[in-house]
Design a protein around this ligand. Structure first.
Ligand code: UDP
Length: 468
């Protein structure tokens, strides 16, 4: 007879997916589940090499284990040498992740199950993986899919058949129409659809991953969403007619992730901005970041730089890589003590500093949740993936941010300066406060996310131990 419920959790190798899965792992462990958390080998090495004080030795869950949580840790190879530049060769990398990686997962899952014979195993994986249903079926595992973007984005991808029937998939690149037939979504313009649903994206790697992943998720037993029910209730209710969906977010801020369980999860070493921020008045600094993934153009960087100077606002700008070194050197000289340009930081720590008055963001879902959590209004400049759709929620629905310009339009420095001044003016304060309250309340002991999580664990246990 199986005695313990045991989750095998496999992370997707991107910062915006890793952090919520790690927090979900500690959240599940704190409810008494045994966890085997699996990182890709190169991610493990990246985390080790940036951890200056060895806080993640021997692995990132050491502290959580010392606090009594049963979280084991494994790594898996993606088949590429550690030094292979995965970002530079995305297509080659993902071709292999689609064809070869599932076999590696299959072998690892076989081993993990063999090593833990007395457990009721279940699989928890990122929805964007393209193999969970097959692996779960082969090993007879309950299959939990974890979605790290808004339910709106999930629902659009989930209803691709309806979009196809109505001629909106593939969506013509320059046609603008309102879509009003999707269950639980009152109305959305084709301009706000994810770019991978557009005609020009057919056959791209992102398109392949998304379509295969959404065939798989339809076979999941449970779907967890890193969102808040109050924000997306009709979308979630409509999805619930097909499969059990639970809004449990934002997991990164869950209260039961006590400080003892805190795990370091950053892929790059963090610049400490605390001292610099100490000297700035409340609400006076704009924070700028385009997340961990998207590439930005020289034109965009130039226009933001000049826009910042025109606005005369103090700023912290996260600029990854060295492509814009000379531009940044000039900006450092011109902005003097008004600007801090850094390669990476602890974003939540920066956003929660009272000196921060606005966030210029690419609209990654984690960044949006973090901004909402810290009560910071946003300037939105979405570029890829779910970002244009996320923008609709922030600007049109929740009114806690403004758009820099229409999607796909080149940015102009005067517009940048104008929008910076607007977001820093405090105009959006009222709505930001309202949304922040809902988010904080959702994670309260009796809040919707905690209740949904408890319901999920109850339903999960019932399914795992159904035959006992
Ligand atoms: N982030 C960070 N330091 C930085 C920039 C970003 O820790 O200097 C984190 C941020 O807090 C967020 C994640 O990286 O949790 C980015 O995820 P998001 O979904 O916003 O965007 P993505 O990187 O997936 O495009």
């Amino acid at each position: 007879m199986a005695s313990k419920a045991h989750a095998i959790m496999i992370a997707l190798p991107y910062q915006g997916h890793i952090t919520p899965l790690i927090n979900l792992a500690t959240k599940l462990a704190s409810k008494g589940f045994v966890i085997t958390f699996v990182h890709l080998e190169f991610i493990h090495q990246m985390m080790l090499s940036q951890s200056r004080d060895n806080t993640i030795q021997p692995d990132l869950f050491s502290g959580a284990r010392e606090s009594g949580l049963d979280i084991r840790y494994e790594t898996i190879s993606d088949g590429f040498p550690l030094e292979f530049d995965r970002a530079l060769h995305t297509d080659e990398y993902w071709e292999s992740m689609l064809s070869d990686f599932p076999h590696r997962v299959d072998e690892l899952v076989t081993e993990i199950i063999r090593a833990n014979p007395c457990s009721a195993h279940f699989l928890v994986t990122d929805t964007l993986y393209t193999w969970p249903a097959e692996i779960a079926k082969k090993h007879n595992l309950v299959n939990v899919s974890f979605w790290t973007e808004p339910a709106l984005v999930f629902s659009l991808a989930y209803h691709i058949d309806l979009l196809t029937e109505n001629g909106h998939f593939p969506c013509k690149d320059h046609v603008e129409e309102e879509i009003k037939y999707l269950p639980g979504i009152e109305s959305i313009s084709t301009k706000d659809l994810m770019p991978y649903l557009k005609e020009s994206a057919i056959g791209t790697t992102v398109h392949k991953i998304e379509t295969r992943a959404f065939q798989q998720v339809k076979k999941a037993d449970f779907i967890l969403h890193n969102t808040v029910q109050e924000f997306e209730s009709s979308t979630l209710s409509a999805l619930n007619k097909h499969q059990p969906n639970y809004a449990i977010g934002p997991v990164n801020f869950s209260k039961n992730l006590g400080t003892n369980y805190a795990v370091s999860n950053s892929l790059w070493s963090e610049h400490d901005c605390t001292h610099w921020l100490e000297h700035k008045p409340p609400g006076s600094v704009l924070y700028i970041s385009f997340g961990s993934l998207v590439e930005i153009s020289k034109q965009l960087v130039e226009e933001i730089a000049y826009g910042l100077l025109l606005s005369e606002v103090d700023f912290i700008w996260v600029v990854r890589g060295d492509s814009f070194d000379s531009l940044m050197d000039n900006l450092r000289v011109e902005s003097k003590e008004k600007g801090l340009i850094i390669p990476w930081c602890d974003q939540i720590r920066v956003l929660s500093d009272p000196a921060i008055g606005g966030f210029f963001t690419h609209c990654g879902w984690n960044s949006i949740l973090e901004s909402m959590w810290c009560g910071v209004p946003m300037i939105c400049y979405p570029l890829e993936y779910d970002q244009p759709t996320n923008r609709k929620l922030v600007v049109d629905d929740w009114k806690i941010g403004i758009s820099l310009c229409d999607y796909g339009i080149s940015v102009d420095r005067k517009e940048v300066a104008k929008k910076i001044k607007k977001v820093m003016s405090g105009d959006l304060k009222h709505e930001v406060k309202k949304v922040n309250r809902i988010l904080v309340d959702a994670l309260d002991a009796v809040g919707s996310s905690e209740r949904n999580f408890d319901q999920f664990t109850k339903d999960l246990r019932a399914k795992l131990f159904v035959s006992e």
